[in-house]
Ligand binder design. Structure first.
Ligand code: BGC
Length: 361
């Protein structure tokens, strides 16, 4: 039933991947015509598990070469942070680069550490599937592991590119998952100790009322908290803190049948419901045995694809939080990003997880 959309998702990603491996976040929206580490690491993972190893390989090489190009400045950012200074925005590794690895406009909130953690995480499945990491990828992964080891406690923008003065739970989970993964394939057991410290920090500072919170000092739930269990395994999917968090996500921001809002009070395009977050909830479901809802989620996603198969970033009516914010963003950026390659990637990941759990049972 979902097969047609699975094929389409693979094709649309292949169609827009650049010859050098970069994946655009969205090929039709000017502000998204860049390659983000976050979006692309999930896209590369989706391509890997869909049998498109060459596509994943090309992205990982692009990522490595881009990181190594900026290594010396990034080392300066590490040095500054180590002596108590805020990293210089011109030195940090950026959240996104142009397709050829250049820097985008300076005013973008580029200091986002989660994408680099996700990249380290994605390399593990890639390597485990008998794909040796080439020399550049290994060098870049070693460097990113060092970079995150130093910088993880720093406030930075979250995965929604907001609140750069805070430390975010999802960001730390992505770094945790990335460092644990890298400890294995880089054979650096000391990274497990860093990951343990991160987990301790999360447990001591990012739990409130028996569940996880969005950021230090912000107790609301954010849909990205799903990532704590799936896939980063900071806790198990059935950990009571996790199940309480997901219950709160369902109560506050799950628009059943449509999508999942990022968080309460989101105003981006009026705060629509995101398809990639809906898929993420389904992915989590496959890990707690709720395959039935995961299957429903996949058909909800399919129903909201455009007639050619394109998946948008978010859907708006009928749960639009605020029309004026919707109109504002349409004026600033144009219509909602479609196709969003990250939405396609999450559809592939969840469809694959459902298939795997059906095979197992
Ligand atoms: C989202 C980011 C995403 C970027 C590109 C932003 O609107 O908040 O999470 O990486 O778009 O898709």
């Amino acid at each position: 039933m979902n097969d047609k959309l699975i094929r389409y998702s693979i094709d649309v990603i292949l169609k827009f991947q650049q010859p050098n491996g970069a994946y655009p976040a969205c090929p039709t929206m000017p502000d998204y015509q860049f390659c983000w580490f976050r979006d692309s690491s999930f896209i590369a993972h989706a391509m890997l598990i869909s049998g498109e190893t060459a596509s994943a390989q090309a992205f990982h090489t692009w990522a490595a070469l881009t990181i190594l190009r900026y290594e010396s400045n990034a080392r300066r950012a590490m040095g500054d942070f180590s002596v108590g200074k805020a990293p210089n925005p011109h030195d940090i590794l950026r959240a996104r680069y142009t397709y050829d690895g250049g820097k985008g406009p300076d005013e973008w909130p580029e200091f986002q550490l989660d994408g680099l953690g996700t990249w380290l995480w994605a390399l593990k499945a890639f390597n485990d599937a008998d794909n040796p990491l080439n020399v550049d990828v290994q060098r870049a992964a070693h460097f990113v592991a060092d970079y995150l080891t130093v910088l993880w406690p720093s406030p930075c923008h979250d995965l929604w590119e907001e609140a750069g003065d805070r430390v975010h739970t999802y960001t730390l989970a992505a770094i945790y998952g990335g460092l644990l993964a890298a400890a294995d394939y880089l054979k650096r057991p000391e990274l497990c100790t860093v990951a343990d410290n991160i987990k301790t920090y999360v447990m001591n500072n990012m739990v409130s009322s028996g569940r996880f919170m969005k950021s230090v000092g912000n107790p609301i739930v954010d849909a990205s908290l799903l990532g704590l269990a799936t896939p980063y395994r900071l806790v198990e999917p059935d950990d009571p803190l996790m199940t309480a968090t997901v219950k709160q996500i369902e109560a506050d921001i799950y628009a059943a049948g449509f999508g999942v809002h990022r968080y309460r009070g989101d105003v981006y395009y009026g705060g629509g419901a995101w398809l990639l977050l809906l898929a993420w909830l389904g992915w989590y479901d496959t890990e707690t045995g709720n395959t039935e809802r995961a299957e429903k989620i996949l058909s909800d996603i399919e129903r909201q694809a455009a007639s050619n198969g394109d998946l948008p970033e978010q859907v708006v009516p009928p749960m639009l939080a605020d029309v004026s914010h919707y109109d504002y963003w349409v004026k600033v950026r144009g219509t909602i990003a479609t196709p969003l390659l990250w939405s396609h990637a999450m559809q592939l990941i969840t469809a694959n997880a459902v298939q795997q759990s059906t095979v197992k049972s």
